[in-house]
Design a protein around this ligand. Structure first.
Ligand code: SF4
Length: 426
């Protein structure tokens, strides 16, 4: 049976990742053998669907269900493409980096099995521009996988062929949005595309394409090797498997850990991150990256799974928490985030292109002591007009999540900035 921490069991931080021989010795590439020898492509998809693996990139869409939408059989348009989204640019998120640098063969194996499931002939790893060490390690591992017969023509003697390439992102946040990524890969401006058609029907160069997050794909070999019941048993909640959770901020041990899905926020903060550093008190947190709603002390017992965090009024997102402490100004903290989102807006639709810089400007004025009566109402209005369904893609609604929830939970802190005509934290 598999390990209870399957994704990280062969990762030794500070040491080089396993090479091909080391990966094979640890049981690597048995899932590729099993899938090609014993399973049909549709059988692989059915297994992943039954496992209830949900996407780990933020949206939580069921992976097997996504694969099942791809046209199959002789009549299906070709070539089909399979893409690992490794453009990890969400502020505060650094979990995929651990997998990319710690065990690149695991991702490659997950991609081969996923590509086989949808009968893709070409696959890409779309990599964050700054992840140069990951690029080096992936390039080496891909060459080893070709030499070992796991990539290229007639993989392991089968009639299945797959090419795998690494593509380096141009370095903008929008390149990580699924359809912006497709445009970027085609060499175009990375604006999002209208959906439908969804990429599974018409994606890269108009052909069926699956885009999955790195952590999602690293689960695939283990599900194929160990089965659905084992995978479900790893979790403490309805969502299956383990999760890479991270904590950053003024805690004793910032980091990333593989834990049962559904580990509580409090356990992550106290047991794994070691609690707050001396002299700092907990004030709030963003549970899953910069584009999620704040939660507070009242939510420390919430399980970190898709449904529980959603019921608490936020989103699990990437599962990597950013902690706000009592010595950091919430207005400045949110202003920093909105400045980031304003800079990263692709400029395609008016509410986002104009609205985000405006919110950043108001927040900066509050910080500098020149906030005015009515500013908080203006900010609240933005959270409505840039909300879900009112912009072309989720960037702007995501940017409004920390702002709207900060206005709710830290309102008095905002009001003090106007009343005292200064930032009380300075
Ligand atoms: S919401 Fe922002 S990032 Fe998304 S399409 Fe509109 S301008 Fe571009």
């Amino acid at each position: 049976m598999g390990n209870e921490r399957p994704l990280t069991m062969n990762i030794r931080p500070g040491e080089p990742p396993p090479d091909l021989k080391g990966y094979e010795r640890a049981g690597g590439y048995t899932a590729v053998r099993k899938a090609l020898r014993d399973m049909t492509p549709k059988g692989v998809t059915a297994l992943v669907k039954d496992s209830n693996l949900r996407g780990r990139g933020g949206a939580g869409f069921p992976t097997g269900l996504k694969w099942s939408f791809v046209p199959m059989g002789e009549e299906a348009p070709r070539p089909k493409y399979f893409i690992a989204n490794a453009d990890e640019m969400e502020p505060g998120t650094f979990k995929d980096r651990l997998l990319l640098e710690g065990n690149p063969h695991q991702l490659i194996e997950g991609m081969i099995v996923g590509s086989y499931a949808i009968e893709a002939e070409v696959a890409y790893i779309f990599l964050r521009w700054e992840y140069r060490e990951a690029e080096r390690l992936l390039t080496k591992a891909i060459a080893e996988a070709y030499a070992g017969g796991y990539l290229g023509r007639n993989i392991l003697g089968s009639d299945y062929h797959l090419e795998l390439h690494v593509h380096i992102s141009a370095g903008r946040y929008m390149c990580g949005e699924e359809t912006g990524l497709l445009n970027a890969l085609e060499g175009k401006r990375a604006t999002p595309r209208y959906k439908p058609p969804h990429p599974v029907i018409s994606g890269l160069w108009g052909k069926p394409t699956v885009v999955n997050n790195v952590e999602t794909l690293c689960n695939i070999p283990h599900i194929v090797n160990n089965g659905v019941e084992w995978f479900k048993g790893l979790s403490d909640t309805r969502d299956s498997g383990t999760k890479l959770y991270g904590v950053s901020g003024r805690v004793r041990r910032p980091g990333v850990w593989e834990l049962p899905m559904g580990t509580t926020i409090g356990a992550l903060l106290e047991e794994h991150a070691g609690g707050m550093r001396d002299g700092f008190r907990f004030h709030g947190l963003l549970p899953g990256g910069a584009s999620t709603d704040f939660l507070t002390e009242a939510h420390l017992n919430v399980k970190m799974d898709f449904e529980s965090v959603s019921k608490a009024g936020s989103r699990m997102g990437t599962g990597t928490m950013i902690i706000l402490d009592d010595r950091t100004c919430p207005v400045g903290f949110v202003g920093n985030l909105e400045a980031f989102f304003a800079q990263e807006s692709c400029g395609w639709c008016t509410p986002c292109r104009e609205g985000l810089p405006w919110t950043a400007k108001i927040l900066q004025a509050l910080e500098e002591g020149s906030g005015q009566a009515g500013d908080l109402e203006r900010l609240a209005l933005h959270t409505k007009f840039l909300g879900p369904g009112l912009t072309f893609c989720p960037l702007a609604p995501g940017a409004m999540e920390p702002l709207g929830s900060a206005l709710k939970y830290f309102r008095e802190d905002f009001e003090r900035h106007i009343r005292e005509r200064r930032c009380p934290w300075r």
